[in-house]
Write a protein that binds this ligand. Structure first.
Ligand code: C5P
Length: 293
């Protein structure tokens, strides 16, 4: 997460994430699932511009025609929660430039919410600590607190218990974002909790050591099979990516974004070029990204 002052305004660069590992450990009594996941932040960003006002009013505009800018948007929920928790009577006009595909498993809404909490904490001079902001993140959603711990973290609980990880190497990825939205609650509803969950220790060590081949060999996402079942069209995109023979590949989160893990920048650019040249899936968005440092 990067912030820049622009006159009286504050601009936040909110990165997307991908999951290199995701395993489900059980179903909880509150309906959520206990999980372990390894997430990395990548340099595909939404940008949010915050202008302060003293009226207490909150407003949101967006570059995306299909994004709700009403009170159901996580950005406004985050701003309102911050006002309530701190009894702050300042307000803000917020503009969101949306680049992260929506319903894509890249946590676009979550990163915007984290950016909002951090930016308004600064702009309204609230002086909340990171731990206090973490608590607010967890109230808003499961994968929001991760964005306080980029570039890499090991997340447990329902995703909100976050431990920063050392990322031993910059990873180059190609994101393949099909025009298919997969509903996260639906994926979790249809999921069967595994009797013997996989252990993520190997990928965790490989990420810290910066061993790309080992990371590629340990990529795993328990939600992938369920997402494929709900959305059989996903299979075509998986095959299409597999044909490019990347070092590794996986679904991010509950989908629908697939990513290729590449040995280096050149491999990522070659794969993206080949994907873009094929006309069959021209409705998919393709991004070459790298992990943040
Ligand atoms: O917390 P968040 O709003 O991101 O979660 C979206 C939905 O995904 C939840 O309503 C729940 O159905 C499901 N979920 C879950 N277990 C988790 C995270 C999410 O069941 N650990």
């Amino acid at each position: 997460m990067r912030f820049e002052r622009c006159g009286d305004d504050l601009v936040a660069w909110a990165p997307a994430k991908v999951n290199l590992f995701l395993e489900i450990l059980g179903k909880r009594s509150d309906g959520y699932h206990e999980l372990t996941t390894l997430m990395v932040a990548v340099n595909l960003y939404d940008t949010l511009t915050f202008s302060r006002n003293l009226t207490g009013q909150l407003s949101l505009s967006s570059s995306h025609p299909h994004l709700s800018t009403g009170s159901d948007n996580l950005v406004l929920k985050a701003a309102r929660l911050l006002q309530q928790e701190t009894q702050c009577n300042q307000g803000a006009s917020i503009h969101l430039e949306k680049r992260i595909p929506m319903q894509g498993g890249l946590a676009g809404g979550s990163t915007d919410a984290a950016a909002t909490l951090l930016a308004l904490n600064q702009l309204w001079d609230l002086r909340l600590t990171r731990d206090e902001i973490s608590v607010l993140c967890a109230k808003l959603g499961s994968d929001i607190a991760f964005f306080l711990h980029t570039p890499a973290a090991w997340c447990t609980g329902r995703g909100e218990v976050v431990e920063s990880l050392h990322l031993g190497v910059t990873l180059w990825l190609v994101l393949l974002c099909p025009p298919l939205g997969v509903s996260t609650p639906e994926v979790y509803r249809q999921l069967q909790v595994p009797g013997q969950p996989r252990n993520g220790e190997k990928i965790r060590q490989s990420v810290e050591a910066g061993d790309i081949e080992q990371i590629a060999g340990s990529l795993y996402n328990r939600l992938e099979e369920v997402a494929e079942r709900i959305c059989p069209d996903l299979h075509r995109y998986q095959e299409w990516l597999r044909d490019q023979q990347p070092t590794g590949q996986l679904l991010s989160g509950s989908g629908s974004t697939l990513f290729a893990l590449c040995g280096d920048q050149r491999e990522a650019q070659t794969i993206a070029h080949k994907l873009r040249q094929e006309k069959v899936h021209k409705d998919a968005q393709i991004f070459v990204v790298r992990t943040l440092s």
